[in-house]
Design a protein around this ligand. Structure first.
Ligand SMILES: [Zn+2]
Length: 119
């Protein structure tokens, strides 16, 4: 319960564990996910930078949680775009069902922050 699922359109594959895993997948940072073999290097680098910024603020967990909360409280469309670091919807084209899924997952994830801290 509470495990989020996200889909990478490059890979045509659903990852369980939520957006954070998708970021690892796309940034091709070694984690608990398979690395994306189709993401363009441009997108990958964007994700890498994003992950590193997150990494540096990890020591301040309160701040990180605040960032996540801000992310979650943003309008769905905006948070989806931010997370995928895309202008328009070219990088990962989430369809409406997935957006709805993401929205619900975002709400559910408020309860799974503790879990995510172990990632
Ligand atoms: Zn992928």
């Amino acid at each position: 319960m509470g495990r989020r699922k996200v889909q990478c359109k490059y890979y045509n594959r659903v990852l369980s564990g939520g957006v954070w895993r998708l970021k690892q997948h796309l940034a091709r940072i070694k984690g608990e996910v398979e690395l994306c073999s189709r993401v363009s290097s441009e997108v990958r680098i964007q994700f890498c930078q994003y992950m590193k910024e997150n990494e540096t603020s990890k020591t301040n967990i309160t701040r990180r949680h605040q960032e996540i909360r801000e992310e979650l409280s943003a309008p769905p469309r905006r948070s989806v775009d931010e997370i995928h670091l895309s202008r328009g919807r070219q990088t990962i084209d989430l369809d409406d069902d997935e957006e709805e899924q993401f929205r619900r997952a975002s709400q559910a994830s408020r309860r799974s922050f503790k879990e995510e801290d172990h990632l």
